[in-house]
Design a protein around this ligand. Structure first.
Ligand SMILES: N[C@@H](CCC(=O)N[C@@H](CS)C(=O)NCC(=O)O)C(=O)O
Length: 234
């Protein structure tokens, strides 16, 4: 049994999609990052980086209780464990790693900063909004180009690179409808998969989040996510 510590966020959803696609037995342990669950001593003992998701595998390589964080590592671990969704052949495999790294080092952080400055930051910072919005558009152009030449990110086969990328796209595709036709084609193909549909429902979207309409997002939430406690020396 694998326990997934996370909630209704893109990073936890990519792992939920993978667990469902791979038919691995798993359960959710809800971590409410808006209430500061990620800053408790119990959670920090699992991940000193105070980020979700984390997995704990009761049938890990060294026995029960194998803890892993960082979604790139988690997805590679799950693909290795299940023997699924990692393409066969040196080229496709290397491309799968490439697009997975593109997601974790590019799409994740840049899309995260864009949403922070356009929706969550209390004060308006034009430079940051422009910087990250342009970066999001540039990354989407790169993604669109790849999906114009290949069915899936790694080539002919659906892989963990696709699972990692999709959860970051719904809002951007809605706001930029018609601008990235190849991403839209791929997005529809992925959303037709039951595991993706279910994984994307992980957790309950709270009203304080963008998905929930952002009503009730307060300075207390800001302080939990970006304030003193987050940055205090531990
Ligand atoms: N690089 C990390 C990013 C994880 C991440 O940013 N998680 C967010 C939710 S999407 C989080 O837990 N934030 C809580 C916090 O920063 O306090 C990964 O890929 O696992």
């Amino acid at each position: 049994m694998i326990t997934l510590y996370g909630g209704p966020t893109p990073n936890a959803r990519k792992v939920a999609i993978a667990l469902l696609e791979m038919d691995l037995p798993w359960q959710l342990e809800l971590v409410d990052i808006l209430s500061g669950d990620q800053l408790t001593p119990e959670f920090l003992a699992l991940n000193p980086n105070n980020k979700t998701p984390v997995i704990v595998d009761e049938e890990g390589p060294q026995g029960p209780g194998f803890v892993l964080w960082e979604t790139g590592a988690i997805l590679l671990y799950l693909a290795g464990k299940s023997g699924r969704f990692m393409p066969v052949g040196a080229v496709a495999q290397a491309l799968c790693w490439q697009w997975l790294m593109f997601q974790v080092s590019g799409i994740g952080p840049m899309f995260g900063q864009e949403v922070h400055f356009t929706h969550y930051a209390k004060d308006r910072h034009d430079y940051a909004i422009e910087r990250y919005s342009r970066e999001v558009t540039r990354l989407m152009r790169v993604l669109n180009g790849r999906l114009g030449e290949a069915e899936w990110l790694a080539g002919d086969s659906y892989s963990i690179a696709d699972m990692a990328t999709l959860p970051f796209l719904p809002r951007q595709l809605r706001e930029k409808a018609g601008q990235f036709p190849h991403i839209e084609r791929w997005y529809r193909a992925m959303m037709a998969r039951p595991a993706v549909q279910e994984g994307m429902k992980l957790g309950v979207a709270r009203p304080e989040t963008i998905e929930g309409g952002l009503t009730g997002f307060t300075d207390e939430h800001r302080s939990i996510l970006w304030g003193e406690r987050q940055h205090a020396a531990r």
